[in-house]
Design a binder for this molecule. Structure first.
Ligand SMILES: [Zn+2]
Length: 484
């Protein structure tokens, strides 16, 4: 009896010890199974693990964040391996995942087009990190490539607008700024048509003390944009309502339809005085109208949607920019779990060292490609930051958009084919998640090869791109091989 009681006491004591040891871990299932109770009691308390739930929008962000989080917390990815964030359709379980999270890590720059609705439905509060915060997004060059904004192009445009027109209307100008007259008659103003068509008028000027002639007219800017103002002779001076002289944004070299001088002035909404001075005769042919009035009517931005305004989200394809990601993620982790600050700081530092090594490795690889062959054609505009960093020229994209969720026109396809032929770009690169049909068509016409196995937007479950660093090495290897 006595012996038995002793055994029970011993057992209870052991049980208490065991519970005490386990109790220092946050939860039973997060304690490593192999670790015995005794070891756990001897080691630093397993308070290493934090109780926050961290969710990253997509796989490569989850991996980057996991490197910073270390052993303290497991970072999960909202999107599965192989999903293209550009075209992602939220799954029914996504709302719950977000609702449970204490920290949500996004890329930002509108990469997660699906997130707003999910956040609304999830409700609650959490720390949200946009990893790209602090990086100035590239704007897509393609859109403006077709539109030449040089003074020469503007001069040409003005001449085209004026072609065949003659100055039928004659306007008696004011003798000074105070007496400046409306450039356009009240009737036309009411119809609102004058702003869209370039007109030529004859300005009747006023004699000046020095024997030259000058005149002052009023110009109404109804919308902030560039106004091209031209005259057959003299000098053009534009002043705002406060009397301040405005610099021409561009000096135009006009030599058509009798015009010789001109400039493009960016005029915020308001009234401006345009003076034409130093003319030898008492009248001068003159014109003033907005540039590119057609832009607002045709909706040319349609094919690239909202991503145009936000800019290029693909910063992760330059590891140097991922260093900024790491800083933002580290700060978010510390905000959500201040006790882990020391760990997060140390992990971030270690991972940044790996990113720096990765950058050096990429430079070495790219060095093996002759400079004149560093030409990139991609399916969508994904490699701008990568190209900037490693000295590639982006020849073009099959889909001239920052998103895979866009289309291309026959004209754009034809232009790309020309560019490929002109530059000798040897390959078209695209991600495995992209549709290769158009790229294959272009390859048929140009004879270039298609490398359609890159991992630009997602990691793979295991090889070849199980981590962000492996993903970059895998992509660079294929690009280098494809260009040699
Ligand atoms: Zn993309």
């Amino acid at each position: 009896m006595k012996n038995r009681l002793f055994s029970i006491v011993v057992l209870l004591t052991l049980a208490a010890l065991f519970l005490a040891a386990c109790g220092s871990a946050p939860s039973a299932d997060s304690a490593p199974a192999a670790e015995s109770a005794t070891e756990a009691a001897v080691k630093e308390p397993a308070a290493e693990a934090a109780s926050i739930k961290v969710l990253a929008s997509t796989t490569f962000l989850a991996d980057i964040a996991q490197n910073v989080a270390g052993d303290r917390v497991v970072v999960e990815s909202l999107l599965p391996f192989g999903a293209d964030p550009h075209s992602y359709q939220a799954a029914p379980t996504d709302v719950a995942k977000i609702a449970e999270s204490n920290l949500l890590i996004l890329n930002g720059v509108e990469y997660e087009h699906f997130i707003e609705t999910l956040l609304e439905n999830a409700g609650g509060e959490r720390v949200i990190v946009e990893s790209a915060t602090g990086i100035e997004p590239r704007q897509m060059e393609e859109e403006h490539a077709e539109e030449d904004h040089s003074p020469e192009a503007h001069s040409k445009e003005v001449c085209e607008q004026l072609e065949g027109k003659t100055a039928e209307e004659e306007i008696q100008t004011g003798a000074d700024a105070a007496s400046a007259v409306e450039l356009h008659g009240e009737d036309e103003h009411a119809e609102g048509e004058h702003a869209h068509e370039r007109e030529i008028v004859t300005l009747k000027l006023n004699a000046q003390a020095d024997g030259t002639f000058a005149g002052y007219v009023l110009l109404d800017s109804e919308e902030e944009q560039g106004y091209a103002v031209t005259s057959a002779a003299g000098e053009i001076v534009v002043t705002d309502a406060a009397g301040a002289t405005l610099e021409a944004g561009q000096i135009l070299t006009i030599d058509c339809e009798g015009m010789t001088v001109g400039g493009v002035y960016k005029l915020p909404v308001g009234e401006y005085v345009v003076a034409v001075t130093g003319v030898d005769s008492e009248s001068v042919v003159f014109s003033a109208a907005p540039m590119h009035a057609h832009e607002h009517e045709e909706g040319e931005e349609g094919h690239e949607g909202h991503s145009h305004e936000a800019g290029d989200p693909h910063m992760w394809l330059d590891p140097n920019l991922v260093i900024t990601y790491v800083g933002n993620i580290r700060d978010g982790l510390i905000e959500a779990d201040p006790d882990g600050a020391e760990t997060y700081n140390a992990n971030a530092e270690a991972y940044i060292a790996q990113l720096t090594d990765l950058d050096k490795w990429i430079v070495e690889q790219v060095d093996t490609v002759p400079a004149e062959r560093r030409l990139l054609v991609t399916n969508h505009e994904a490699v701008g930051y990568f190209a900037d960093r490693y000295g590639f020229e982006v020849v073009g994209a099959v889909i001239p958009s920052l998103s895979t969720e866009a289309t291309t026109s026959a004209k754009e396809m034809a232009e790309l084919i020309e560019q490929i032929k002109a530059t000798g770009a040897p390959a078209i690169f695209l991600g495995e998640v992209e549709n290769a049909d158009l790229a294959n068509q272009i390859a048929d016409e140009t004879g270039v090869k298609v490398v359609d196995t890159l991992q630009l937007e997602t990691l793979t479950d295991g090889e070849p791109a199980a981590t962000y660093i492996e993903m970059m090495k895998y992509n660079v290897t294929q690009i280098v091989e494809g260009l040699k």
